[in-house]
Design a protein around this ligand. Sequence first.
Ligand code: GMT
Length: 375
Amino acid sequence: MKIAIVCYPTFGGSGVVATELGIALAKLNHEVHFITYKQPVRLNLLNPNIHFHEVNVPNYPLFHYQPYELALSSKLVGTIKKYNIDLLHVHYAIPHAYAGYMAKKMLEEEGIFIPMVTTLHGTDITLVGNHPYYKPAVTFSINNSDIVTSVSQSLKEDTMRLFDIKKDIQVVPNFIDVSQQKTSFTDCQRDVMALPEERIVTHISNFRPVKRISDIIDIFYNIQQKIPSKLLMVGDGPERKPAEQKCKELGIKEKVIFLGNSNEIDKILCFSDLFLLPSERESFGLAALEAMMNKVPVISSNAGGIPEVNSHGISGYLSDVGDVIDMSENAIKILEDDTTLERFKENAFREANKFDVNEIVPKYVALYEGALATT
Ligand code: GMT
């Protein structure tokens, strides 16, 4: 098949999933065309089946807001025609499903019929898409996609509750490639980050308010009072500065390392002992799954789709949003002895295997085949 993928090229989970999906499809000998405004951060172009087409938006002073949707839909029309693309898969409804629908309609005028699969990722539904300014356009784009998928059962339920949806939504969970887990667990260079007797606690995100960064600092503050430890904060966003300030005020500045955005997530997770994800909302929690694949147990909230990924008492623990005491106690329970930590690490890895690329990508391929059969 020839598949066009539209996504955000940044560090966010939706872009990562779209990129990994494209890579997996290319390995299965499908021809994959990424169409976005920048090369996706995790995309390695050294595969003859992978192509990247940049969407350019010319800057015109009349426009207060440059019309990205217009440029994207035009680019889609051109690329789909030039490469005889069979199917369009857009990740994140806003504005991708909207632009994709316009491209579909323009192509129909020329007698070209192309199915569009829309994957909902989370904030496109629960935060941004639900805003009254966007809601009618998001509802329309979802209802006019040929196939709609969501990354968790929880997100499907949120979508049905928040929007007037006339389409069936298929749940296709996010995935990881367990075979990519090459880093040897004995050669993690953890001494670069911590003393031998210290545990390493990690958080990775875009540092948006929804991640409850302040809770992470509170939880770590409690942990380090009982257990020698370091906290690695990976990523960047609006809550980073306040978090750095809070660490100073609590007197734990020396124990918390802010690493910024990183392309070396596997290396960081390799020497991590625990992952914190106390989010207010989370449709899935790909970062938690990536941690589990690297044998890192997860202390998380029970928001959204996280319970579909992190199994309570097995791969980590779940607590109510904001219950930092419970999260701290659970973290200490896992970290305080080597045997317990080792058990949780093995469990986390075993649970992560349920989301291996070989289990999940065939589900997308089956949906593509179904969509093509009815076009
Ligand atoms: O919040 C983020 O981490 C970024 C956001 C995005 O749009 O990329 O992530 C969403 O999609 C990810 C991939 O499907 C999910 O794993 C995240 O849970 C989801 N974030 C939220 O729902 C807040």
